[in-house]
Design a protein around this ligand. Structure first.
Ligand SMILES: [Zn+2]
Length: 357
């Protein structure tokens, strides 16, 4: 027999064995299933299984994509596969981490602004250490922003923008960033509800009453951000402004990103988040075309007047039925925040501190 032929065969045989082994060792003990009950969402289902929902959300979606409506909703009565991380990366409730032999403590930090159920921030990485983020959610205080009705109840833009902003803040903190939540409501926290009660007690950082007059209201947040920007001079600083849009009733808008036309770093930030959204849509909703865009819009007061490199994000149209479904579902607000945070991480990896803007 020809030597080189048999050698090749042997190599091929080895390869098959190796692949077979890799597959079986991967699937072994790593798949656990659960039947969804009525009212379950992805987050609550994972939480009930003792899995950190924020870390394994993406894994869950890709493992169960064929059993999800719109790639995000569970069907009651169906069986779902639960991603189980290696034991040493599983985070158990609060700050205790279980290992096979030892119990390792994770130093979590509590932030009251996120509310009782969400106040604990567990460290994820140090990727954003030294970076400073200013998060401004649209409107607030006496100004609820765009209003709509859902199931006979009034809903307001500022409450939903705030909830997404808090979720984003939590993500960024978990990666070691310094985060300033500019518009704040001390008693709302992150809310896992569809209808977010409207209130008017939001304040501007640290504790300023928000004026009703539009120009005064915008000037106030610009001044706060620019003052902090000066204080943090020399550091990597970015500003994210989040709104829910309210254009004409029928329009379904996906997500829009704006930046200052002259800001290279603002453009890069907007582009990074935009790219992340495109990728996520391709992965989870391949049949849906993503129609979000990113463009410069220096006409917006905040875009024009603030000093850090920034992006202005509009997530969905609060008056559009399809968009409402996305905004009202707490799991979706979490996914939006997560995707924005991934775009921010991408931007930071390639980023530079930059001059003003
Ligand atoms: Zn708005």
């Amino acid at each position: 027999m020809n030597y080189s032929f048999s050698y090749r065969l042997k190599v091929a045989g080895l390869l098959i064995v190796a692949i077979g082994f890799a597959i079986s060792s991967f699937s072994q003990d790593t798949v656990q299933t659960v039947v969804a009950e009525k009212g379950d969402g992805i987050l609550s289902l994972l939480r009930k299984q003792g899995v950190n929902p924020y870390e394994h959300y993406d894994d869950f979606v890709s493992m169960n994509i064929e059993n999800l409506r719109d790639s995000i909703h569970l069907y009651a009565g169906r069986t779902y596969r639960i991603p189980v991380a290696d034991l040493d990366t599983v985070k158990v409730v609060d700050s205790i981490q279980r290992k096979t032999k030892e119990i390792k403590k994770i130093e979590g930090k509590r932030y009251a602004i996120f509310g009782k159920d969400h106040e604990m921030v567990l460290p994820n990485s140090e990727k954003l250490k030294g970076a400073v983020y200013y998060l401004v959610s649209g409107h607030g205080g006496p100004d609820p922003g765009a209003m709509a009705t859902y199931g006979g109840k009034s809903i307001a833009e500022d409450e939903y923008a705030y909830d997404i902003t808090l979720r984003l803040a939590k993500e960024l903190l978990s990666h070691g960033a310094t985060v300033y939540i500019i518009i704040r409501d001390e008693n709302d926290g992150i809310r896992d509800e569809r209808i977010l009660e409207i209130d008017h007690d939001e304040v501007a950082y640290p504790n300023k009453t928000i004026p009703l007059n539009q120009v005064a209201r915008l000037r106030q947040r610009v001044d706060i951000v620019n003052k902090l920007y000066k204080k943090n001079r020399g550091k990597y600083q970015r500003l994210i402004v989040t709104h829910i849009d309210s254009r004409s009733v029928g329009q379904n808008i996906d997500v829009f990103f704006y930046h200052h036309e002259k800001s290279k770093n603002g453009k890069k930030l907007a582009e990074s988040i935009h790219k992340t959204f495109q990728k996520k849509y391709k992965k989870y909703q391949p049949n849906r075309t993503y129609s979000g865009t990113f463009e410069d819009r220096t006409s917006l007061y905040l875009v024009k007047k603030t000093h850090p490199a920034m992006t202005f994000i509009e997530v969905g149209n609060i008056r559009n039925k399809k968009d409402q479904r996305r905004i009202l579902e707490p799991d979706n607000r979490q996914a939006l925040a997560k995707w924005i945070s991934e775009g921010i991480l991408l931007d930071h990896k390639l980023g530079e501190i930059g001059p003003i803007r």
